[in-house]
Design a protein around this ligand. Sequence first.
Ligand code: GS8
Length: 216
Amino acid sequence: MAAVKVYGMPLSSCTARVLTCLIEKGVEYELIPLNLAVGEHKQPGYLAKQPFGQIPVLEDGDLTLFESRAIAKYVAYKYKDQGTDLLRHENAKESALVVVWTEVESQQYNPPISTLVYELLIKGMYGMTTDQAVVDAQSEKLGKVLDVYEARLTESKYLAGNSYSLADQNHIPYTYFLMKTPAASLINSRPHVKAWWEEISSRPSFQKVLANAANA
Ligand code: GS8
């Protein structure tokens, strides 16, 4: 049995963020699926691990962590000497840029993209109606963020410089879902962003997350 356990759903965006990181770093893990539909994430046993009742959670021995970005950072740091160097930990300047662009993902990119995915994809799955005013406002907001990305990716191949890092990786799950909606045009209309997306989403780590989810 693997030492690292992840509680979550294989294709939920935050679980996928953690699984992509574990695979990229070559860390064995056991995924313990939770059935959100029946509220397994709101049961006392699980709330003791994640007091906000959300997925994912990572357990590594006696350490229990939640918040997918914090988990990914922990994995990238603990296993810094194996797999892809996601943090550039040996270079203060490069690692600072990784921190900047991981913050940009969380503070600028995630709010509009997660709202768009909810409006354009998730609501439909539950028979709810998309609010077009929200879609328009959030598309405009995400478009402005992506204009900054387009300029940045004209200067460097990846967000934090010329090699792939945690900053790029944290974008993958929500962008994957956005690409299944009409708002994919926000990515496809910006050539450098489009090329970056095609490159990062085709990495074997994320492709394995998708394949594992399809076989689950
Ligand atoms: C968000 C977790 C989250 O929203 C993180 O881990 O990054 N900031 C946290 N999890 C969702 C599934 S999306 O992958 C979830 O658990 N939703 C069910 C609920 O909130 O009840």
